[in-house]
Structures are given as structure tokens and as C-alpha cells.
Write a protein that binds this ligand. Structure first.
Ligand code: F0G
Length: 350
């Protein structure tokens, strides 16, 4: 039985036999071939992180952050969040029996994520401001004794999230040539790069992928090399104007000879619909940025003449997190009377 990322990868993690492991058996998410479905003629895989216990990759980091918080004997955990971090923090805090406080940008968090934070018993504070403003407040608050910050500034979050890179190498049997990943606060690209490097240094793998990060056009501070005061995008998970791990994302980009590029909301939504309708994979819009970016780079000729290409796209969160977007992007429900002939006609028309 899969025991969760801490037990499975403990030799790569800062835990001891005295660390109380708070787990929901996160990790072990599937790597699903999608190349043909999205119209590309080289191997492409989706790492479907939406299948983690709370529906996003955050669980890998949160099992570490909350376990270490318990080991240190803290009184509460706190985070700022565009939604997924808060859902994950709330669930792991509930399991640990710890109070959890979350700050979210008012009106800009997908409804599924908000419902999770609430049902798990977190105190949810909606601030009239964006994620960046909320993060500034919790960073200061977490200097108070006994309150631990569980945003990705917490180094244990990165430690846990790097295990996704290990899994990709283990599942694929080799290192992918390219990794496509959405970038928001930039913790996850940092974690993957660390994970791939650690597997190389441990002698388990023998190469490193090129890291291709994607930000939404209206929230692309790293791409444009300046903080964005009022970030805007349909992909609310990555609606971030001043990422905390900015420098580390640049290091991942430059050391891997990769890029961090902007992708429009239209491109994100096109990839979101394509994944759902052709690959059978329902992810949230921010996650589709990885596939949108790959499609765009392929169209621009980036992969031409490259040999042994194999790409992994990270689908960071489940589509059910954000049902409002699905309804907006999908065809309407057909209403009909309970009448055989009427319904037969609809079905026969296809
Ligand atoms: N995809 C999803 C679904 C996310 O929720 C996030 C970040 C990202 C991608 C970007 O990852 O921040 O490590 O670069 N969500 C955070 C949150 C900010 O509060 O849930 P990142």
C-alpha cells in the first residue's frame, strides 16, 4: 500500500523517527500519455496532481509542513492563498488537530477551494486585496510565537513538493527532456528543479530536464521582470503579481537552459477545453497553462530538430475546484420534457 510521500521518500526528506507523520497518503499520482490527444507527435505525459487527496499538488508540501509543525509543537498554522494552499492546509491541520487560519483574496478564489477550507474547519478571512497583500500580512503574523507559516516560503513545503520530480523519474524510467509547469508564487518550479537535481546527485538519474514555466499574460511578473500591481487572469490560482520564490524560479530557468513565458487566458482556456474533451482530463485553468504553453512552444518551432523529446506537463489542480469556469467554457444543458420522441430526436441528431 502507498504510504504517502514522507514514508515513501523519507531518505530524501528532513524527517527523523520522532517526526509525527501527518499524512492523507498524498502522492503516487498517475502519469498519463496525452500527446496524441493534444495533437503532438512526440511523447507527452500529464502528471495529474489533481488526484492528490485535496485535489492539488499542495498536499505533497503540506504533509511535510504540518508534520514538522507538529514536531516543533506549534499552536496554529497560517497561510495566504489563492485557494489550493488553504484547502490543503485546512485538511492537514484538521487531521493534526491544529487550528488553521487562511487569508484569501476576496471574490477571487474558486468556489470548490473555499468550500474545502471551510468544511475542514479553517478560519477563513477574505481580504479586500490580492494574494500578494495577503501574503505580506501572514509573513509578518507568522513571526509570532507558536504560529507557523505554511506557504511555500516554509522550506518543508518545497521539500515535500520535490517528491513529484522523483515520482516522474520513477514512473517514466528516465528523466523527461522537458518539464512544463504553471508558475504562480514560484514554489513548485523551485521544488521540481530541486527534486531533479537531488535524484541526479544521488546517482538515481543521469540527466536534468529543461524547465519551461508559464505565467498568465496578465500576471506575469517574472516574464516581464517587474512586480505586477494588479494581476488579472481567469486562472485565479496563479493570479500573483510578486512571487515569493522569484529568484529561485530564475535559477531553475537559467540552470536548466529553460524559459518562463507568458500565455494568454484564451490559450489557457483552449488547452483546458482540449484536455477535457480530447484527453478526458479535467484540470483547473491554471493547470492548463502548462499544456497551453507546450502547444504554443511547439507551434513556434521550439521542438523542431530536437531528438528524444519527452515532455511532462504538470496538471497541478483538479477541474472540480473551479466548476464556475467549467460551466462558462462548456456547452449548455439541454432541457426537455420526459417524452420519448423528443429525447430520441435530440439523441439521433447527435
Ligand atoms: N497551479 C495551481 C492549481 C495552484 O494552485 C498554484 C498555486 C500554482 C499552479 C502555482 O504554483 O505558486 O508554486 O508557482 N497556488 C497557490 C495557492 C498560490 O495559494 O493555492 P506556485
Amino acid at each position: 500500500m502507498w504510504r504517502g510521500i514522507i514514508a515513501e521518500y523519507s531518505r530524501y526528506l528532513p524527517v527523523t523517527k520522532d517526526t509525527p507523520i501527518i499524512t492523507l497518503q498524498e502522492g503516487n499520482t498517475p502519469l498519463i500519455p496525452i500527446g496524441e490527444a493534444i495533437g503532438l507527435d512526440f511523447p507527452v505525459y500529464a502528471k495529474y496532481e489533481g488526484l492528490n487527496p485535496t485535489g492539488s499538488f499542495k498536499d505533497r508540501g503540506m504533509t511535510m509542513a504540518v508534520s514538522k509543525a507538529m514536531e516543533e509543537g506549534v499552536n496554529a498554522v497560517i497561510c495566504a492563498s489563492t485557494g489550493n494552499t488553504s484547502a490543503s492546509a485546512a485538511a492537514y491541520a484538521a487531521k493534526a488537530g491544529l487550528p488553521c487560519f487562511v487569508l484569501i483574496p476576496e471574490g477571487a478564489t474558486a468556489v470548490g477551494k473555499l468550500s474545502q477550507a471551510l468544511i475542514h474547519g479553517a478560519k477563513v478571512i477574505a481580504v479586500k486585496g490580492n494574494f500578494d497583500a495577503a501574503l505580506r500580512i501572514v509573513r509578518d503574523l507568522a513571526t509570532q510565537k507558536g504560529i507557523t507559516l505554511v506557504n511555500s516560503l516554509n522550506p518543508y513545503r518545497i521539500e515535500g513538493q520535490k517528491t513529484a520530480a522523483f515520482e516522474i523519474c520513477d514512473q517514466l524510467g528516465h528523466v523527461p527532456s522537458h518539464l512544463c509547469i504553471p508558475v504562480g508564487n514560484a514554489g513548485n518550479i523551485t521544488a521540481y528543479w530541486q527534486g531533479f537535481q537531488e535524484y541526479l546527485n544521488a546517482g538515481i538519474s543521469n540527466s536534468l530536464p529543461v524547465m519551461l514555466g508559464f505565467q498568465a499574460e496578465g500576471a506575469a511578473p517574472i516574464v516581464y521582470n517587474r512586480p505586477i500591481e494588479k494581476p488579472e487572469t481567469v486562472a485565479t490560482a496563479i493570479r500573483i503579481g510578486n512571487p515569493a520564490s522569484w529568484e529561485k524560479a530564475l535559477a531553475a530557468r537559467d540552470e536548466s537552459k529553460g524559459s518562463i513565458l507568458a500565455i494568454t487566458d484564451e490559450e489557457i482556456l483552449a488547452a483546458y477545453r482540449l484536455l477535457a474533451s480530447k484527453a478526458g482530463l479535467f484540470c483547473e485553468p491554471a493547470s492548463a497553462a502548462s499544456v497551453a504553453g507546450l502547444i504554443e512552444m511547439n507551434s513556434s518551432g521550439y521542438f523542431q530538430g530536437k531528438h528524444n523529446v519527452s515532455v511532462v506537463c504538470i496538471l497541478t489542480g483538479h477541474g472540480l475546484k473551479d466548476p464556475d469556469n467549467a460551466f462558462e467554457q462548456a456547452p449548455e444543458v439541454i432541457t426537455a420534457p420526459p417524452d420519448y420522441a423528443v429525447i430520441q430526436e435530440i439523441v439521433m441528431e447527435g
